[in-house]
Design a protein around this ligand. Structure first.
Ligand SMILES: Cc1cc2nc3c(=O)[nH]c(=O)nc-3n(C[C@H](O)[C@H](O)[C@H](O)COP(=O)(O)O)c2cc1C
Length: 222
């Protein structure tokens, strides 16, 4: 099983609840499945560029005009996206670790999504066939922490909607969410209790992921 872990949090683990969820998740997953091939991307070490006009041309002009020949500068504008998409396409499971910032994903995570959710890299798009995945990611685990508490379908929560819609667009519908909510101790006396519950949930989701069987896909690929 190949797992890609993308983390968008500048804090050290001891100060970050979402990173503590990730630590619990991976400790359990590796205990149960030591053979897991894990690739870690810390976005603060591998910062994505903001989407550029050159990347737009390189990615989208060929969709509408097959004969379009990108310039060298446009080719280079796709370097980050290509490298990240290669890791993404090799994964069976994607783990996303992040805080909620201003009701959605941190900007650095959005910038990464803008890079990899690119035609010709992680999906193909045509009038005849619509959207076709070029990846084999079957499942996403979202590890998130927030100061507030958001009930299911709370319209202020743009984070889970963002992740669900963006990856649903390229055919990934299985999204497991572990959410340490109510982490602002000024407003929630039970912040620590909420964190402990979420850490336990992260461990349980790791057990589910360890049980996932990707052998059929691997056989198909041989
Ligand atoms: C810039 C910033 C924006 C934030 N925006 C929100 C928000 O919109 N909603 C919320 O519930 N908490 C918000 N918080 C609180 C964090 O989500 C909370 O502290 C969480 O525990 C951070 O995760 P971490 O401990 O993994 O860093 C924000 C915190 C920061 C620093």
């Amino acid at each position: 099983m190949n797992v890609l872990h993308v983390c968008a949090n500048p804090k050290p683990t001891e100060e970050s609840v979402s990173k503590q969820l990730a630590a619990a998740f991976f400790a359990k997953l590796i205990e149960l499945k030591p053979e897991v091939e894990l690739v870690n991307v810390n976005l603060y070490d591998e910062k994505p560029p903001f989407y550029s006009y050159e990347l737009y041309k390189r990615a989208w002009y060929p969709v509408f005009d097959e004969s379009y020949e990108p310039s060298k500068v446009e080719e280079m504008a796709m370097n980050y996206a290509s490298k990240q998409a290669e890791m993404f396409n090799a994964a069976d499971v994607l783990v996303l670790t992040m805080p909620m910032w201003n009701f959605t994903v941190p900007a650095i995570m959005k910038a990464w999504m803008d890079q990899i959710l690119c035609p010709g890299l992680t999906f193909s798009i045509s009038k005849e066939d619509g959207i076709k995945p070029l990846h084999k990611v079957k499942s996403i685990v979202l590890l998130v922490a927030s100061g507030g508490i958001y009930k299911e379908d709370d319209e202020r929560d743009a984070l889970t909607r963002q992740v669900r819609s963006a990856f649903g667009f390229i055919g990934i519908d299985d999204l497991e969410i572990v959410w340490a909510e109510g982490q602002n101790p000024l407003f929630f006396d039970n912040a620590e209790e909420n964190k402990i519950m979420a850490i336990e949930a992260a461990s349980e989701i790791a057990e589910d992921v360890a049980d996932m069987d990707f052998s059929e896909e691997e056989d198909d690929a041989e």
